[in-house]
Design a protein around this ligand. Structure first.
Ligand SMILES: CC(C)(COP(=O)(O)OP(=O)(O)OC[C@H]1O[C@@H](n2cnc3c(N)ncnc32)[C@H](O)[C@@H]1OP(=O)(O)O)[C@@H](O)C(=O)NCCC(=O)NCCS
Length: 182
């Protein structure tokens, strides 16, 4: 889904008791956000368990810039976050200035209080402040928490679609695949 402009971003209040705090380059703070994301995404269809190699890859990704992250805290707990990202190579290739909402999550105890909505609105403004003129994100149309509804209500529109085909593997079903006959 894409938001064609970053104008007219609604002003959404943070849920009571939650605050946005900057993360900076402190590795422990970044790890806290990453761990919170791994936990929240267990509720996302087809999401693989994360491992230490994934953390290392995330840390080494030069596009990950905590200045574009909006992290909501409840005391010292990460309640949720929206990780904005700018890919200058991709933007140059397409001749555009489009930011990405690479990850949107709220941990279970803080859901349905408007946190994701409030953080997305702030993340769009942050991307605009960094020179972007539009935003993009990927979403599973079958998201059980109706993420598409949330994004639509914030001005995102479907720009392309793909279909995942799912097939159980033999060890999962215990059934051997049929032997092809000529
Ligand atoms: C999707 C997710 C980010 C929503 O976070 P949240 O903070 O609970 O969202 P909000 O409270 O801001 O909800 C905004 C709107 O989303 C929709 N929504 C959110 N959760 C919903 C649910 N369980 N059922 C139906 N609608 C839901 C509603 O339209 C809601 O507005 P409303 O409360 O006024 O009806 C959260 O459920 C999550 O982290 N899920 C796991 C990770 C994930 O799927 N991330 C999105 C990847 S694209």
């Amino acid at each position: 889904m894409a938001r064609a402009t970053l104008e007219e971003v609604p002003s959404v209040p943070m849920p009571e008791g939650l605050v946005v705090r900057p993360i900076g380059l402190d590795e422990a703070a970044r790890r806290q956000v990453w761990d919170a994301s791994s936990e929240a995404f267990r509720d996302h269809r087809g999401e693989a368990e994360t491992a230490e190699e994934d953390w290392a890859a995330f840390l080494a990704d030069p596009r990950q810039d905590p200045a574009l992250w909006l992290v909501g805290f409840d005391g010292d707990q990460v309640a949720g976050a929206v990780l904005g990202l700018i890919d200058p190579v991709e933007n140059a290739h397409h001749g555009r200035e489009r930011g990405v909402l690479a990850s949107v999550f709220t941990r279970r105890p803080w859901r349905r209080r408007g946190l994701a909505r409030a953080l997305i609105a702030r993340a769009l403004v942050r991307l605009r402040d960094h020179g972007m003129t539009g935003a993009y994100l990927g979403v599973d149309g079958l998201n059980p928490n109706r993420a598409m509804t949330l994004y639509s209500s914030l001005g995102f529109e479907i720009v392309s679609q793909s279909i995942d085909w799912k097939k159980p593997l033999p060890p999962e079903t215990g059934v051997k695949p049929p032997v092809p006959t000529s």
